[in-house]
Design a protein around this ligand. Structure first.
Ligand SMILES: [Zn+2]
Length: 391
């Protein structure tokens, strides 16, 4: 068991009588007046249990047995794990060190205090959390995470930013020269960051277009909005063709009319007259535009890191691979090319690389700022803008 370290250091307070000089504040750690104890600290070794840790400090096995039972409603000591720090605080009586507290840090944010004398009990508590705000400005030269690290920011900020912009910017296709100006916060416990960095506001410039994001809570959690109060999350169009009817739903055991056998139908068919425009259901990038004997003329779009869609049997395609498309843009026209009995568009939907029935998917809401919050939101945006634009 190592002694002290900065974690267990006790500070000798010098009390002075001089007027105007106050006695130093007592050192409070883990909710205890640290100055009243001598502290020993260590790290739980592999295979060490509470009895190993406390037996060595002179706590009797009877006391241990009672402590485990008394602590159980608060903390099951079998959950004590290797590599976690702990402290033993002792008081001195008749020149004998008597352990009074055992403190186990169960996570970056929480610890358990076990009382070892007189009444035996355990209390769970949380460290005070400091929130610090940072502002960072940068230009994409390689990838967002590499550029963040180069600037001394946590690379995990890239994940937070990618989440904020999941529906508007494809972070795997950033351009050299794209820029960002981000205001983010981190939680610190004992001076160390815990959890993911959180974006407060960001101005991301992609392909020369500034895409602002401001965090705001309308009462059901934080969400991100542009400066007009529109959600950065976008809903998909319900169908890729207007005035159509569903002629076949997503079905894992459909009898295929052309192949004359059972074949899963991993899409939804919308019957519509030949030549009807087919619309992109959301903003995205064209990843495929081609012809196969089964699909006929088809187009595939990637909308964000989660969703992709595909449109089959077109009479004609209207977009090329690599092109960016906006929601509602015409990407082709209804036809019956490939394995099709009549004019329709077979619409396919991928979520995280797996085909799903989009009619059964629950999409995140994309509600704009409500009228009741409009004035407060505007004031928030004004403040955040000033913080981002200040130097
Ligand atoms: Zn189909």
């Amino acid at each position: 068991m190592g002694c002290g370290g900065d974690a267990g250091t006790s500070i000798q307070n010098e009390v002075t009588d001089h007027e105007g000089i106050a006695a130093p504040e007592p050192l409070i750690r883990f909710g205890l007046n640290w100055d009243e104890y001598s502290a020993d600290s260590g790290t739980v070794a592999s295979g060490q249990s509470l009895s190993h840790l406390l037996g060595g400090a002179g706590v009797s096995s009877n006391t241990l047995f009672e402590l485990v039972a008394a602590a159980e409603p608060v903390y099951d000591v079998r959950r004590i794990r290797a590599d976690r720090p702990y402290w033993i605080l002792s008081t001195e009586a008749d020149s004998i060190q008597q352990p009074e507290w055992f403190i186990y840090q169960s996570s970056g944010r929480e610890y358990i205090r076990f009382h070892l004398m007189d009444s035996l009990f355990a209390e769970a508590d949380r460290f005070p959390v400091d929130t610090v705000t940072h502002r960072l400005t940068g230009t994409i030269t390689q990838s967002l995470s590499a550029d963040l690290e180069r600037l001394g920011a946590p690379f995990t900020l890239a994940l937070s930013m990618a989440n904020v912009y999941a529906w508007t910017v494809d972070f795997s296709r950033l351009q050299e020269g794209d820029t960002f100006d981000v205001l983010y916060e981190r939680e610190l416990v004992n001076g160390d960051p815990v959890g993911m960095p959180r974006v407060i506001a960001c101005h991301f410039t992609h392909n020369g277009r500034v895409i602002p994001a401001y965090r705001y809570d309308q009462g059901n959690g934080h969400d991100y909005f542009d400066d007009t109060g529109a959600s950065l999350r976008k809903a998909f169009l319900k169908a890729p063709v207007e005035f159509s009817r569903i002629s076949s739903r997503y079905n894992l055991k459909r009898f295929h009319p052309v192949l004359n056998r059972v074949k899963a139908h991993l899409g939804t068919d919308y019957a519509a007259p030949h030549g009807t425009p087919i619309l992109a259901v959301g903003d995205g990038v064209v990843t495929k535009s081609g012809y196969t004997s089964g699909n006929g003329n088809y187009v595939k779009l990637r909308h964000n890191s989660t969703y992709e869609t595909q449109y089959l049997h077109m009479s004609k395609r209207a977009v090329r691979v690599g092109e960016s498309v906006r929601q509602g843009q015409v990407i082709g026209y209804v036809g019956a090319t490939g394995l099709a009995t009549g004019p329709h568009v077979c619409f396919r939907f991928w979520k995280n690389g797996k085909q799903v029935d989009h009619l059964r998917e629950e999409f995140p809401p994309s509600e704009p700022i409500e009228a009741a919050h409009a004035a407060d939101f505007e004031a928030t945006v004004k403040t955040l803008k000033a913080e981002l634009e200040g130097s």
